[in-house]
Design a protein around this ligand. Structure first.
Ligand SMILES: Cc1cc2nc3c(=O)[nH]c(=O)nc-3n(C[C@H](O)[C@H](O)[C@H](O)COP(=O)(O)OP(=O)(O)OC[C@H]3O[C@@H](n4cnc5c(N)ncnc54)[C@H](O)[C@@H]3O)c2cc1C
Length: 453
């Protein structure tokens, strides 16, 4: 007879975050049981690129996934160009961001494929498809998951890796609001975290076959390097992926006075190429040539999850976009999901983690990851406003920069570089050391609940 696993872990959502957690658990232990519940009929990702920065890459190396990933990446110089390119500008290059450690640009489907291939063996891992979790019930020693098809699942704990519209976060924050001993204001504040909030931003997305671009415009820079075109309340990012066969483009548009306003429309809509080109009428010819090559353009309303006061409630926790969906300006959302998975996975893989101390173990994850990941959300939002000349620190005359003052743009360029510094200022193993220290403390003082706000 099979002995009971040390922990039965349910993961809601099989995206980058959920699958990374399963891979980390499979690498560091073999005595837990993992059930992933995914609403889609299989593990899939949208057709778009993702840049992987130094911190995330270090985890990929530790997990032994780097060699496979690097074969699928596009080789780009560790340098980005930012240009002021909107109408009235002369295409002035105001920053060259030289990255001390290179970044790796990938197709999302390739990342997911590599994760799927690294999943733990069937003795510890089960995938359940077409399962939409609608809510859960927390019991004293287990969690019941309720699915849209009327079925349920049970585990010792639940990890909500179910993305920006997380049913796990919605259930958690409704429950926290109901049980908190406080007035209506505090309860409403907690209920405010049930839904993500619109960042007042739209992102267009498209993949361009590099051959098509180069046939139309021989030698186009975007085929071989990462580019930023910046202007008033708009900017465009592009980078090659899939061994250079595709160019991923993400044109952004900030809606005027939209910050903090509710967004009622659909998250994603298909739009014509002409609509995209119209947004950038009068911008640099090089950018317009790139947009001309785009087909299958989608337009996304970008939301974020700001400043959650906790990622944990008892035996339930959240990771990735469910916990801290961010605007994509730092290119860090997917990386943050992987970092969550790394710290949480290593904590749960430790033999110290048992059914009797799970809430305390989860609070270590919260204490280590939440301050950093919440900070990334704010930093990314500020970066977006900086590159679109909407906001700048007091020492900068943002109106002059907007009007093309080279002097002011150089200073903005330095501020932008400072925002990006976070990608190479530290490594996730620094966080793991801290988590490990707290876990050791927990084993020495059983029953202690670690809290750090
Ligand atoms: C325009 C744009 C550009 C970006 N660029 C980058 C970049 O360059 N670098 C980067 O690191 N990040 C980037 N990101 C962010 C990145 O895409 C996300 O942070 C990342 O995908 C989050 O992973 P996740 O696993 O938390 O969530 P998701 O990828 O959303 O996965 C959630 C999974 O849960 C499933 N699910 C959802 N609800 C349920 C349910 N109720 N029951 C069961 N299953 C469910 C979904 O089907 C999905 O498979 C970008 C985002 C945007 C919008």
């Amino acid at each position: 007879m099979r002995s009971r696993p040390r922990l039965r872990i349910a993961i809601c959502g099989g995206g980058i975050g959920g699958l990374s957690l399963a891979v980390v658990l499979g690498k560091y232990c073999s005595d837990v049981e993992i059930d992933v519940y995914e609403v889609k009929p299989q593990f899939t990702e949208i057709g778009a690129g993702v840049s992987v920065w130094n911190r995330t890459w270090a985890i990929m190396q530790t997990l032994g996934l780097d060699e496979k990933l690097v074969k699928m990446a596009a080789q780009v110089p560790s340098k980005e160009l930012s240009e002021k390119s909107d109408p009235g500008s002369e295409g002035f290059e105001f920053i060259q961001l030289v990255v001390p450690y290179s970044f790796v640009n990938l197709h999302r489907a390739d990342v997911l494929k590599v994760l799927v291939e690294a999943l733990p063996p069937p003795s510890m891992f089960h995938a359940h498809f077409n399962k939409r979790m609608v809510s859960y019930t927390a019991k004293s020693d287990s969690v019941l998951l309720h699915f849209a098809d009327g079925t349920s699942g049970e585990a010792d704990m639940l990890v909500g890796a179910d993305g920006i519209k997380s049913a796990t976060r919605a259930t958690m924050y409704s429950a926290l609001a109901d049980k908190v001993q406080a007035g209506e204001d505090e309860k409403n504040k907690l209920r405010g975290f049930v839904n993500a909030s619109w960042a007042g931003l739209y992102a267009y997305r498209a993949l361009i076959p590099t051959e098509k671009l180069l046939a139309a415009v021989p030698g186009h820079q975007a085929a071989t390097r990462m580019m930023f075109w910046c202007g008033k309340s708009k900017h465009v990012v592009s980078y090659p992926i899939s061994q250079g066969r595709l160019v991923n483009i993400v044109p952004f548009v900030t809606a005027a006075d939209a910050e903090g306003k509710p967004y009622d429309g659909p998250t994603v809509v298909d739009v014509s190429k002409q609509k995209l080109i119209d947004e950038y009428r009068g911008w640099e010819p090089e950018l317009l040539q790139l947009l001309e090559s785009a087909d299958n353009v989608t337009k996304w309303a970008v939301s974020h999850v700001r400043d959650l006061p906790t990622y944990v409630d008892g035996l339930v926790t959240i990771l990735g976009d469910a916990a801290h969906a961010t605007t994509p300006h730092l290119g860090a959302g997917g990386g943050q999901a992987v970092e969550d998975a790394y710290i949480l996975g290593k904590l749960l893989a430790s033999p110290i983690a048992t059914t009797s101390n799970l809430p305390s173990v989860l609070r270590i994850y919260d204490a280590v990851r939440r301050p950093y990941a919440n900070h990334i959300v704010e930093r990314s939002y500020t970066l977006g406003r900086l590159v679109e000349f909407i906001w700048a620190p007091d020492c900068i005359d943002v109106a002059r920069a907007r009007n093309g003052s080279k002097e002011e743009l150089q200073i903005i360029g330095r501020e932008i570089r400072k925002k990006w510094d976070i990608h190479w200022a530290s490594v996730p193993d620094d966080d793991w050391k801290e988590a490990e220290r707290m876990l050791r403390e927990l084993s020495e003082v059983p029953g202690q609940v670690i809290a750090r706000m």
